[in-house]
Design a protein around this ligand. Structure first.
Ligand SMILES: Cc1cc2nc3c(=O)[nH]c(=O)nc-3n(C[C@H](O)[C@H](O)[C@H](O)COP(=O)(O)O)c2cc1C
Length: 336
């Protein structure tokens, strides 16, 4: 049986982002399927406090998957002793992360490229996990599907219950075209559910990825950063109205206040800067807002900033909306 119903929208695991406050905001706008950030099996195995926070599930959360990353079989075994005691809907294995500190340990995308080693570890994960197991991979070659298929078919044979495929190769990180035809080749070859991922920023790119990959379930990542409204836009495109500036700032404020409750004021304000910039980016807010955000240190300063921002930046926001009513949000660095 499929893990996700037809046409599901799934919030991707996003390191440094998809904590409990982040997921609660996304869920308020219609997100049902979500993941923790990737959690290093070594830190779980050795009970690092931060990893416990990362795997915390809210009482109110419906579907939640935990994502694990790593390459050491003994650490995986020990990590699963912890994970098996918790309530998750799936355990996902990361075979797609390209960042250096993960690649150095031969984990993530680097492990995905060593197909036999990746499959051996995945078999162990399936054997030891009490939860259903899935995997998230990148395509291995943008011109030829064969190597990606070898990995995908191997994961299916090892017991994967679903597979998410990010249609970019490791060296592309997160930018450039998404090779949906390789995702389509995987979908056509596997019996289990295949989830397409890559480049969905709005209705147009969502339609294109679904058409080109043939996948009905789609995973949202950067398009949902600072834009929980994406879940609404994609599930009800006819009825969708973009948020007003008051809603953007109001949701951003609720998000950061939830982080303050969760992490405490000082830590939350440090972590929240990038989150606030995501809300403001690509929406016509003035560049001065970005400078102001990077100086906020306390809850009171946050509240004052939000109060002022609605007055000072609404005009720019409306101008941006009017000048590009159908444009997808631009998420390039520094684009607001
Ligand atoms: C800041 C950031 C953090 C990410 N963290 C993770 C992660 O923890 N696990 C994972 O599998 N992918 C992670 N990804 C990759 C995304 O889940 C997704 O595969 C990728 O961004 C492509 O989708 P997009 O083009 O829609 O953004 C991360 C991406 C970004 C930008």
């Amino acid at each position: 049986m499929n893990i996700y119903p037809v046409d599901s929208l799934i919030l991707a695991p996003l390191s440094g982002y998809t904590d409990l406050p982040y997921r609660r905001i996304a869920r308020a706008y219609g997100c049902r399927y979500a993941f923790t950030e990737m959690i290093d099996i070594s830190s779980l195995a050795y009970a690092h406090e931060r990893s416990f926070r990362m795997q915390e599930r809210g009482e109110d959360e419906t579907f939640l998957g935990i994502q694990l990353v790593g390459s050491d079989p003994e650490h995986l075994r020990r990590a699963l002793e912890v994970v098996n005691r918790c309530r998750f809907d799936v355990v996902d294995f990361n075979l797609g992360c390209p960042v250096a500190k993960v690649a150095r340990k031969c984990a993530g995308a680097a492990l995905g490229r060593q197909v036999d080693r990746a499959l051996a570890l995945f078999q162990l994960l399936v054997k030891e996990s009490v939860h259903p197991v899935t995997a998230k991979i990148r395509i291995l070659d943008e011109r030829d599907p064969r190597e990606t298929l070898r990995l995908a078919l191997g994961l299916e044979a090892a017991g994967a219950r679903a597979l998410t495929v990010h249609g970019r190769v490791m060296k592309m990180f997160y930018s450039g075209p998404v090779y949906a035809e390789i995702i389509a080749a995987v979908r056509e070859s596997l019996a289990i559910q295949v989830v397409a991922n890559g480049g969905v920023m709005g209705w147009q790119s969502y339609g294109q990825l679904r058409r080109d990959s043939g996948c009905r379930a789609v995973m949202l990542a950067r398009g949902a950063m600072g834009n929980p409204w994406l879940f609404r836009e994609l599930s009800d495109p006819q009825g969708y109205l973009p948020p007003t500036p008051e809603e953007v700032i109001g949701t951003m404020r609720s998000h950061v206040l939830a982080m303050i409750d969760y992490y405490g004021e000082a830590a939350a304000m440090r972590m929240a800067r990038k989150i606030m910039i995501d809300y403001l980016r690509g929406r016509g807010f003035l560049g001065t807002a970005r400078a102001a955000v990077s100086k906020l240190e306390t809850r009171d300063e946050l509240l004052q900033f939000c109060e002022r921002a609605v007055h000072e930046h609404s005009a720019g926001y409306w101008q941006w909306l009017e000048s590009s009513p159908t444009a997808e949000r631009r998420l390039r660095k520094g684009s607001f």
